[in-house]
Design a protein around this ligand. Sequence first.
Ligand code: SAM
Length: 307
Amino acid sequence: MRQVLGWGVDCFEQSKRLQWLEKKYTMSKYANYTVASDDYDKTRAAVGVDTILACLARTAVRLGDQTVLETGCGTGNYLEALRPHLACLAGIDFSEGMLAQARTKLSEDVELTCGSILDMPYEDERFDGITCNQVIHHLEEGPDAPDDPADWEPRHFPNVTQFFQEAYRVLRPGGAFVINATSHDQCRDGYWWADLIPVAVARLNCRMPDLDQLKQILTVAGFGIESVSADLDGILQGPSYLDPQGPLDEAWRAGDSTWSLTSDTELIDARQRVERMNAEGQMQDYLDERERKRLDIGQTTFVCGRK
Ligand SMILES: C[S@@+](CC[C@H](N)C(=O)[O-])C[C@H]1O[C@@H](n2cnc3c(N)ncnc32)[C@H](O)[C@@H]1O
């Protein structure tokens, strides 16, 4: 039987063709940022900073006078890139490991807080703008049983809902809430290696709302949807992205939490495929084909909600 998510989006469309694969795979643990923080910056770049600044700038308060919060700030790559343009900047993340890395690259005037974005320790209407980069997919638990995807339960994303309500509370009227997230299609075709681990990608897509759902949750929280734009150029993993041996390296894989959703078996299969393509001289053609798809769809989408 096919199940449909709360907003009428069938997130199993893609995974149905993977059912036979699913049976052979068992789950391993999802992203652990205390461990990943050491290597995170080796494979991460702040993508779409100009888009974020453009959204923030369409606010009555001048950009240079704004106080902005980065939610799920991680190692502070976005805070570092945004800092020169804004009056005050704050970041919140619940991983001490990630915040420790952030502290090494930021001056003391950036206020860093260890806490959950689902229940933020800020007074109402404190910020002129809020950003959220690549965090939404971490807020919900996904299916973790090795059973047939047809048995996975429908999901309603209560944590994303709670986070958006919190963002609305701490944002000033007229402020921008800029979300950088990966759509379900981008998950499949915006990353060359996604084709190597399709079950993990299907699982990831079940952990997070797709764009229509995201917009709906934003609207219910009170935001107006001001703009939605795919970033066709930005590459989240920076220069290391097209490393043809990348999937063989644990530190490289740590740069994207999708890899944490692979089972041991799926990871072994993916590694063997990479080794074989490299050994047989097919890797460049494969990368070229996958790059054509990425250039069409991009890796991330920026959604600007306005209070
Ligand atoms: C993929 S990283 C993105 C980090 C940063 N925004 C960037 O783009 O470089 C996701 C971050 O979200 C944080 N995170 C996930 N859920 C969170 C929550 N409920 N509260 C606070 N931080 C959270 C993780 O600790 C991690 O640092």
